[in-house]
Design a protein around this ligand. Structure first.
Ligand SMILES: CC(C)(COP(=O)(O)OP(=O)(O)OC[C@H]1O[C@@H](n2cnc3c(N)ncnc32)[C@H](O)[C@@H]1OP(=O)(O)O)[C@@H](O)C(=O)NCCC(=O)NCCS
Length: 249
C-alpha cells in the first residue's frame, strides 16, 4: 500500500490522530503526568514539522514519529538523562539557536501495518532531513519493544542480548542497529512517573499493601512503591545514534 508522508505543520488536523495512535500502542500509564508528558503537546506546538505522519489513501494515520531539534556536542557523556529532560529543555527553553541533532522520542506503527518497513521509512526520513539542518544526526532514547517480557533483567544486559544468528535480540533495537545506528549508552531514568499508590492500585486492579518492587504489565522495569505512599515508574531507555543522511542499502 502506498502511504503519503506528511507532518503536523502541513496537516495539523492529524494531531488528535497522532495522540490516539501513540495511546493505543503504549500502556496507559506511559501518558500519565511526568515532566516530559506535561510538555508533549508543547512539542507539537513548537516543532510541528518534526511530527511526521504516514497516511493511507483514505487519510487514515498509519504511522507517526515524534521528534525535536536539540543541541548536542556528539559525546555520549553529554547526552541528556532521557526523554523527560529533552522535552523540558526543548519546550521550556527552545527552540535552540542552532540544531546539532534531532532527538526522536516516539515511533508508532498501527498494529495492522507492522513489519512493513514504515518505521524504517520514518527513520530514514528523519536522517535525510538531519543531513540538511542537524549535522550530528539523530539520537533516540529507544524503548525496546520486547523488554516488558524481561522486567527483572537490567536494561544494559538486555540490550546486549544477541540471538543465535548474532543479530540483536530485541526487534526494535535490532531495526536501529541494522540501519547503521550505534548504541551510545543507557538512560536509566529516561521518563519518570510518580503517582500516589491509590492510582497505581486502580490501574492494576489489585492492592499494593507494602513497599517494594511490584510487577507492572507493559513496563520495562518493576514499579517501586515507597513508604511515603507513592509509586514510581522510572523507565530506562537505550540511547542510539543514527548518522545524518540516508542509510546505505
Ligand atoms: C516499534 C515499532 C514502531 C516498530 O515498527 P515495526 O513495523 O514493527 O518495525 P519493523 O518493521 O522494523 O519491525 C521490527 C522487527 O519486529 C518484527 N515485527 C514487527 N511486527 C511484528 C509482528 N506483528 N509479528 C512479528 N514480528 C513483528 C519485524 O519482523 C522486525 O524483525 P526483523 O528485524 O527480524 O525483521 C512498532 O512495533 C510499534 O509501534 N510499537 C508500539 C510503540 C513502541 O513501542 N514504539 C517504540 C518506542 S517509542
Amino acid at each position: 500500500m502506498s502511504l503519503t508522508l506528511t507532518d503536523l505543520s502541513r496537516d495539523p488536523w492529524l494531531r488528535p490522530e497522532v495522540d490516539a495512535l501513540i495511546g493505543a500502542n503504549m500502556p496507559a500509564f506511559m501518558s500519565w503526568e511526568s515532566p516530559g508528558n506535561w510538555r508533549w503537546h508543547g512539542m507539537y506546538d513548537r516543532y510541528p514539522a518534526h511530527q511526521l505522519c504516514l497516511v493511507d489513501g483514505d487519510g487514515r494515520l498509519v504511522a507517526a514519529a515524534n521528534g525535536l531539534p536539540v543541541r548536542w556536542d556528539g559525546r555520549a557523556a553529554s547526552l541528556p538523562s532521557g526523554s523527560d529532560e529533552v522535552l523540558v529543555e526543548a519546550v521550556d527553553h527552545g527552540p535552540p539557536d542552532r540544531a546539532d541533532a534531532v532527538c526522536m522520542l516516539s515511533v508508532s506503527v498501527d498494529p495492522g501495518h507492522r513489519a512493513a518497513g514504515h518505521a524504517e521509512r520514518l527513520l530514514a526520513e528523519v536522517r535525510r532531513r538531519a543531513a540538511e539542518d542537524a549535522p550530528r544526526g539523530v539520537v533516540i532514547p529507544v524503548r525496546p519493544t520486547r523488554k516488558p517480557r524481561y522486567p527483572l533483567i537490567p536494561i544494559g544486559e538486555y540490550a546486549a542480548w544477541r540471538r543465535p544468528d548474532g543479530r540483536c535480540f530485541d526487534p526494535w533495537l535490532r531495526t536501529h542497529l541494522e540501519l547503521g545506528a550505534r548504541q551510545l549508552g543507557i538512560a536509566d531514568r529516561s521518563l519518570v512517573i510518580r503517582q500516589p499508590v491509590a492510582r497505581w492500585e486502580e490501574f492494576l486492579g489489585h492492592p499494593l499493601p507494602g513497599p517494594g518492587e511490584h510487577p507492572l504489565p507493559g513496563a520495562l522495569v518493576p514499579l517501586r512503591v515507597t513508604e511515603d505512599g507513592y509509586g514510581t515508574y522510572a523507565e530506562p531507555n537505550v540511547w542510539v545514534h543514527h548518522p545524518a543522511g540516508l542509510p546505505t542499502p
